[in-house]
Design a protein around this ligand. Structure first.
Ligand code: SF4
Length: 241
């Protein structure tokens, strides 16, 4: 179970887990992870280096890049000519390769003149100052993984596979909020690691103590009345007196 990484640690944390599992010959065919770990680079690395399919929701289009009109997937990408053709049939000049947040990216700019004439200009470009539509593409293998993953994660089959992970976040939340897992009580990694193991074991004991054979569960105490229920009772009592 994996949860809540810092974004820049995406690949390295998964990598460390896969290395450790590989050393013990315990690598899974499929690894279900929190959405914070699922980047196209992480998926590619896990597949090529460890033969593991990483399954988790890839990030959707960021609000900064979201356009109400056409999405990146609506453009036809010609990887050989390095151009993108929009749904209105306008082809960009060859894109420039650049470095964005430390990652290689392709900056695609549709011709300004064509976009100015286009009826979909406002919703497609997202700007009012006459600039053409700007797209950022990842290198081809990563872009194709992202496109495919975004489509797959909408399907019922994908959701059924990912449902296996249901309960993981709740378990983490329980250990954090009910058992104080976010506070280290000791110094040193070895002791902190031991704290984690003991906390997990304690959480299991607490859960087991709530399990009873069928028909032997003790009666639950009645729920206290809500404020609204008390109000209703008081009004009824006043009317009756
Ligand atoms: S605004 Fe430009 S890129 Fe967008 S659909 Fe129109 S011509 Fe194509």
């Amino acid at each position: 179970m994996v949860t809540q990484p810092a974004p820049e640690q995406d690949v390295s944390v998964l990598e460390a887990i896969h290395q450790a599992l590989g050393r013990r010959e315990l690598l899974p065919a499929e690894h279900l992870v929190d959405s914070g770990y699922v980047t196209p680079a992480a998926i590619l690395r896990a597949t090529t280096a460890y033969g593991v399919t990483v399954l988790g929701p890839v990030r959707l289009v960021s609000p900064r890049q979201h356009r109400p009109g056409f999405d990146k997937k609506d453009f036809h990408i010609d990887w050989d000519r390095r151009t993108a053709t929009c749904p209105r049939g306008v082809t960009s000049p060859p894109w420039k390769t650049t470095c964005l947040d430390g990652q290689t990216s392709h900056s695609v700019l549709s011709p300004r003149a064509a976009c100015r004439e286009c009826a979909d200009r406002r919703s497609c470009t997202g700007n009012a100052d006459g600039r053409g539509r700007h797209l950022i593409l990842m290198p081809r293998p990563l872009q194709e993984i992202q496109n495919r993953a975004r489509l797959e994660q909408k399907t019922r089959d994908w959701r059924a596979r990912y449902a296996m992970r249901a309960g993981c976040e709740a378990t983490v939340s329980e250990t954090v909020h009910a058992h104080g897992l976010r506070q280290c009580r000791y110094r040193g990694l070895a002791r902190v690691h031991m704290q984690y193991i003991l906390t997990a074991a304690g959480a299991n004991v607490v859960r087991l103590s709530g399990c009873f054979p069928p028909g032997t569960a003790p009666p639950r105490p009645a729920r206290p009345l809500t404020t609204f229920q008390r109000l209703c009772q008081n009004s009824t009592a006043k009317r009756g007196s």
